[in-house]
Design a protein around this ligand. Structure first.
Ligand code: SF4
Length: 289
């Protein structure tokens, strides 16, 4: 199958078979995101989805997990999503769970009954772009949720037997606010207990709307050193069992593990990198090419 746009999938889903069911993101407004700004959101025809499932079956594919792309597959009407889930069952009986990215407002638009139907059809893990624990940051970045609405929808997921997983971005709060953000995120996660946290540390591209804020002086980016310290503070404060995967691509650094089991190893790794980074000129995750 030809993929359009960028393949966007949590790294913890790398073993899942990626099944595109839509192109782009139905929201597509977050200031920091460039993933789908160049594509128009649309649903892929069901016969195209079915042809892909048939192809995987014909080559003997037996994935245990399927990840539905793109940016927020949950945005599609429930009946259509259920049709896709039933096709997955038919063509890939090995599949034990179907996972996807979703926005808080995608969940808001589904009734309790619809969430239950989706879970019964095989949906399991939802990855929500929680991104920051600071209300002012969520507002400034034009996220489509606030912390209160996120809490409400996470509770509804749980009631339906679905699993809450979170995307965050160190650096999103800007210069000198990383540790404050980490503390608020830790409070939020300790209370609402995601199964997994993925930190794609902020990487700024000049095509991202936030770039204009930087040029106007309305947003001061944090350095990679600050982002490492933010990640360290968060990992130190998390007191709920979860998997953490943090990718700081601009400095080719990754820290991952299970909490609380791997906490001291992860903190040591961060401490070493912080020590190295603090001796260098500040690095900013910019790409102006
Ligand atoms: S909801 Fe996700 S994919 Fe869509 S614009 Fe925001 S960050 Fe990007």
């Amino acid at each position: 199958m030809n993929y359009e746009g960028q393949i966007c999938r949590p790294p913890m889903e790398k073993a899942s078979f990626m099944l595109p069911v839509s192109v782009g993101c139905a929201y597509n407004i977050c200031k920091f995101c460039t993933l789908f700004k160049h594509v128009d959101y649309r649903l892929l025809p069901l016969d195209q989805v079915e042809a892909e499932l048939r192809r995987v079956q014909s080559v003997g594919g037996k994935p245990k997990q399927v990840f539905l792309g793109d940016g927020n597959a949950l945005a599609m009407p429930t009946n259509r999503l259920l049709q896709i889930m039933f096709m997955i069952r038919e063509y890939l009986p090995s599949c034990e769970m179907v996972n996807l990215d979703a926005t808080v407002t995608d969940i808001e638009r589904k009734s309790d009954e619809e969430l239950l139907q989706l879970r019964e059809a095989g949906l399991k893990r939802l990855y929500l772009g929680i991104e920051s624990g600071l209300p002012s940051v969520l507002d400034f970045m034009l996220k489509d949720h606030n912390l209160e609405s996120a809490v409400e929808q996470i509770e509804r997921l749980r009631q339906a037997g679905l699993s809450f997983n979170a995307h965050i971005m160190t650096g999103l709060a800007g210069q000198a606010r990383g540790e404050e953000n980490a503390e608020k995120l830790a409070l939020f996660f300790n209370q609402h207990k995601p199964e997994r946290i993925i930190n794609f540390s902020l990487f700024l591209h000049e095509e991202a709307p936030i770039y204009n804020d930087i040029e106007r002086g309305d947003f001061q980016p944090a350095s990679e050193l600050e982002n490492l310290k933010e990640a360290r503070r968060l990992i130190d404060l998390l007191d709920t069992a979860l998997c953490y995967d943090g990718l700081h691509d601009a400095i080719a650094f990754r820290v991952r593990g299970e909490l609380p089991r791997d906490r001291s190893r992860m903190l040591q790794k961060l401490d070493k990198k912080i020590e190295v980074q603090s001796k260098l000129e500040p690095v900013y995750a910019f790409d102006t090419k």
